[in-house]
Write a protein that binds this ligand. Structure first.
Ligand SMILES: Nc1nc2c(ncn2[C@@H]2O[C@H](COP(=O)(O)OP(=O)(O)O)[C@@H](O)[C@H]2O)c(=O)[nH]1
Ligand SMILES: [Mg+2]
Length: 118
């Protein structure tokens, strides 16, 4: 019994150490408040493979579950299959998304979105 308690304590201690270290690196956890009644945009910037698209779907889900109207927009016109990946995530998570498979210009894609949807 004693051994088991010690194991749990050890595990919790390691989790706490890891948690504290992550907070030290990334900063305190804070919810990004999105005001109601007007459109807000969150833009993800980063190197290929940094996790932008994956995080986008997670955050999209998070806000959609809390009653926000979400649309994910695929503006990565460079990475192969980036648009297909966004489409897959949109379908899988039942989140609205916009991708333009013909367009190779991100700004034009954004303008096409505004023309077609919002
Ligand atoms: N282990 C782990 N892998 C991740 C995470 N986020 C993304 N990935 C993986 O990293 C790779 C690139 O992610 P992606 O979202 O396509 O990056 P993007 O190019 O910045 O859009 C994919 O294989 C993801 O499955 C994460 O939080 N943990
Ligand atoms: Mg991506």
């Amino acid at each position: 019994m004693m051994k088991r308690i010690k194991e749990i304590e050890k595990k919790e201690h390691i989790i706490k150490l890891l948690h504290d270290e992550l907070v030290r690196i990334l900063g305190e956890y804070k919810i990004l408040e999105i005001p109601s009644g007007k459109q807000s945009r969150i833009m993800f910037l980063g190197l290929y493979g940094a996790g932008k698209t994956t995080t986008l779907a997670k955050i999209g889900n998070w806000y959609a579950k809390r009653g926000k109207k979400v649309i994910m927009v695929g503006l990565d016109v460079h990475r192969p299959a980036a648009k297909e990946q966004l489409e897959q995530l949109g379908k899988k998570n039942n989140l609205p998304y916009f991708v333009d498979f013909e367009e190779t210009d991100a700004i034009k894609t954004w303008k096409n979105l505004k023309k077609n949807t919002i």
